[in-house]
Design a protein around this ligand. Structure first.
Ligand code: IPM
Ligand code: MG
Length: 358
């Protein structure tokens, strides 16, 4: 049996707490399934600025490149908010995505049955279940386009640029079509084609790639309409493919529909098995260190890692099932419910471990 190497990037705020909980769960599931994982820690974000002078030290990039997969907590905090933009913790996150070529970000928004009442959307709209997969482009668009400051009519001004090349759109579209093929064969491409040149190109390339997938029913939607439809009738969606910024926004919206932002996992992939896994939420500095954060999104990210990077689908299933079960007996404060015990981050992790180990 070969040893798999996983780098832990705990980061800032609640990052260390949630990664510790997820790491405990990975150890439990590895024991049960006889998987040999070696964990190594590396610095990213504000803590990396404090300890190494930059948000993404080269050493971290090298460790991640040499690993089978990376598990990341979160970056950022008040302490670093006023640093120049090249030293902001968020730069570390964008930098590692770019350095590893992680162009595809999968963000599944799924309602666990016991959490249905946590969703602000009415029961009759949600029905029995909700399971949407957002495929967000992650290394292009306005996040990485030309940006800067200049003067406009003598006044200080700033700009960012949304730019997508044909190959960048093709590869994310293909990834989304592949996932649609494995699911219900429905794909909705979200853009702003009525206004943006980059969206016009996006739509035309997605249409062309669609010819390779005649079985998939492709629809297109403007992003403003998509934001509205997600609340009005989320069940019309199965797989959504969209740009970096639209995906950032729509996935936060989808997470709330699914009950709590503390529940949404994500996988960032580059087309081969290596990937980076992280909850979609941020570092929540207001609750950091209090042991009240919800570790389930990170635990579910670890499940995605076992599925996509470590080729251990049975272990992934075990984690996902344990998360579904734990919600009946314990809740962190963000998803608390009368009659169910409220627990902290560490205890939530332990409970998931116990369910896995039986
Ligand atoms: C996310 C986050 C990041 C993003 C921030 C922290 C840079 O919001 O992963 O969704 O915008 O991609
Ligand atoms: Mg976001």
């Amino acid at each position: 049996m070969s040893v798999k190497k996983v780098v832990l990037l705990k980061g800032d705020g609640i990052g260390p707490e949630i990664v510790n909980a997820a790491c405990g769960v990975m150890k439990a599931v590895s024991k049960k399934h006889n998987i040999d994982i070696e964990f190594e820690e590396a610095l990213i974000g504000g803590i990396a600025v404090d300890e190494a002078g930059e948000p993404l030290p080269q050493k971290t990039i090298d460790s991640c490149k040499a690993a089978d997969a990376v598990l990341l907590g979160a970056v950022g905090g008040y302490k670093w908010d006023s640093l120049p933009s090249n030293l902001r913790p968020e730069r570390g996150l964008l930098g590692i995505r770019k350095a590893l070529g992680l162009f595809a970000n999968l963000r599944p928004a799924k309602i666990f049955a016991p959490l249905k009442s946590a969703s602000p959307i009415k029961d009759e709209i949600i029905g029995d279940s909700l399971d949407i997969l957002i495929v967000r482009e992650l290394t292009g668009g306005i996040y990485f386009g030309d940006k800067g400051q200049r003067e406009v009519n003598g006044a200080p001004a700033a700009f960012d640029t949304e730019c997508y090349s044909v190959p960048e759109i093709e590869r994310i579209a293909r990834m989304a079509f592949e996932f649609a093929m494995k699911r219900s064969k429905r794909l909705c491409s979200v853009d702003k084609e009525n206004v943006l040149e980059s969206s016009k190109l996006w739509r035309s390339v997605v249409k062309r790639v669609a010819e390779e997938y005649p079985e998939v029913e492709l629809t297109h939607m403007y992003v403003d309409n998509a934001a509205m439809q997600l609340v009005r009738n989320p069940k019309q969606f199965d797989v959504i493919v969209t740009s970096n910024m639209f995906g950032d926004i729509l996935s936060d919206e989808a997470s709330q529909i699914a009950g709590s932002i503390g529940m949404l996992a994500s996988a960032s992939l580059n087309g081969d098995a290596r990937g980076l896994y992280e909850p979609i939420h941020g570092s929540a500095p207001d609750i950091a260190g209090k042991d009240i954060a919800n570790p389930l999104a990170t635990i579910l990210s670890a499940a995605m890692m076992l599925r996509f990077s470590l080729d251990e689908p049975a272990a992934a299933d075990d984690i996902e099932k344990a998360v579904a079960d734990v919600l009946n007996v314990a809740r962190t404060p963000d998803i608390a419910e009368d009659g169910i015990k409220t627990v902290g981050c560490t205890e939530m992790g332990r409970l998931v471990e116990n369910i896995i180990l039986g």
